[in-house]
Design a protein. Sequence first.
Length: 208
Amino acid sequence: MAADPITEPVNKPREQDPIDLLIAFEEASEVPIRAEYFEGMAVVPPQPDFDHGDVTGDLYHQLRSAGIRLAGMGMGFRTGVKDADETRSLAVPDFYVLRRRPTELDEAYRRAHKGWYSTDLLALVGEVTSSNHETDTGPKYRSYAAAGIPVYVVINREDGHAYVHSEPVSDAEDPRRSHYRTTTTTELGGKLPLPDPYPPLDTSVLPL
């Protein structure tokens, strides 16, 4: 099991762009990391163990094998504050599905935001928990809903269940009240049905 994630409160985003804060964390680290930012907190995820990587890779391959060609891993995504250039969240999902291939405008956005694409590209995000399961089921859940990402899949190795959240309800006045209207769950070892056009995810093959 990996170590607990490191979290660090951040003052007002305008005092220091969270993107620059995360760059500083990554440059100072002695091991490769990809820090994230949710609800005013910088989050340095624990180093993934073998099983975490194996589960993530298997789920990604299930999506790709079912013809979901825009399934991917590894890219970072930014949510901005409406009508301002402030950063609300910076996420690196374990796996995801894009709405479409990035255009030149998307690439321009990424360059302007130092390597982060807009969350507008995301149709589905997925997380596999390690010791940071509370981050995945709390701040990330609310932040993904606030960003209007249609589907959020959580493989919770802590409680032995898989969840698919859909129908996001975004609260513009208080993003921490954002949530998903519909949740489906299954015990790990079963099949997790996803909304169309996605295939059910078979968790019986996961090394949990």
